[in-house]
Design a protein around this ligand. Structure first.
Ligand SMILES: [Zn+2]
Length: 282
């Protein structure tokens, strides 16, 4: 499958930013959401779009694309507690000040490539995890601020995290932040239970809000609130796939994400559904 199929909205956004002018691309990007694998693939895809010397196609075989697909590109570096540590750095649990210094030293000399630094965490099993105040501490984050805010051609920083609040506000405020929906890679989006109730929701009118919310609540007699919300999100993900230009859908997926959290806290279903319907149906 092609990456542009998996990430229609975001890939589209970045491809456009890159085609118009390199300056349109933010120097610092922050991805957030539960799906760290998708964030990491997406970060590498941006690095590939920035470095490809040919037509930027998903199956391009140019040297830059090959290197990035193999994870061996000399200018596309994952920065984590386990990746790209200087030799004299014996820190094991954090992204260190030494790593931050190493990046600064690299930036002193020019490069023929577009440098991309992907900041994340990696657990003992080698899986990509998100930044948080423990693995990306304030001292290290602050030591990066200067290079992040200083506009420099050919350098992009990408930060991966579960929750925006887990990254220092000084980094967040200097970054363009994107929510990456979970399971965006998944091709099978089941929404059979909400079919006919919530499908085509973008055609609903404001006056229908409480009626629809009521119908969703009635469903909870048979299926758990969380399953209903999951299906609504599945429907939106399917919708996003065929409407990659619709920014609102990403917003809506985020609203359902928050509602799932409220469901975990045992808020009353009717309040949850009223809330999402009020926010989504305009
Ligand atoms: Zn290429």
């Amino acid at each position: 499958m092609q990456l542009s199929d998996k990430y229609p909205f975001l890939t589209n956004y970045f491809t456009q930013a890159l085609t118009v002018s390199n300056r349109a691309l933010p120097q610092s990007i922050l991805f957030y959401g539960n799906d760290l694998d998708s964030q990491y693939i997406l970060a590498n895809e941006i690095a590939r779009l920035l470095n490809c010397k040919e037509d930027k196609n998903d199956n391009c075989e140019c040297l830059n694309c090959r290197w990035i697909n193999e994870g061996t590109h000399p200018a596309v570096l994952t920065i984590s507690r386990a990746d790209n540590k200087p030799e004299d750095d014996d820190s094991k649990t954090v992204i260190s000040i030494r790593q931050s210094q190493m990046i600064k030293e690299m930036l002193v000399s020019a490069s023929e490539f577009h440098r991309v630094f992907i900041f994340c965490d990696r657990n003992d099993n080698g899986e990509i995890c998100g930044l948080n105040p423990m693995n990306f501490q304030a001292e290290t984050a602050n030591s990066l601020l200067k290079i992040i805010e200083e506009p420099q051609a050919g350098v992009t920083f990408i930060f991966l995290t579960r929750y925006i609040d887990d990254v220092l506000p000084t980094i967040v405020s200097r970054s363009q932040c994107f929510f990456v929906p979970e399971r965006i890679i998944n091709n099978q989006y089941n929404y059979s239970n909400i079919n006919g109730i919530f499908t085509d929701y973008f055609e609903f009118e404001r006056k229908d809000v409480f009626d629809i919310s009521q119908k969703l609540q009635e469903l909870t007699k048979e299926i758990p609130t969380e399953t209903i919300l999951e299906e609504i999100q599945n429907y939106m993900l399917a919708l996003l796939k065929s409407n990659p230009h619709n920014i609102n859908i990403i917003e809506h997926i985020k609203i359902i994400e928050d509602a799932k959290y409220q469901a975990k806290l045992n808020l009353k279903p009717i309040n949850i559904f009223d809330d999402i319907c009020l926010k989504i149906i305009k």
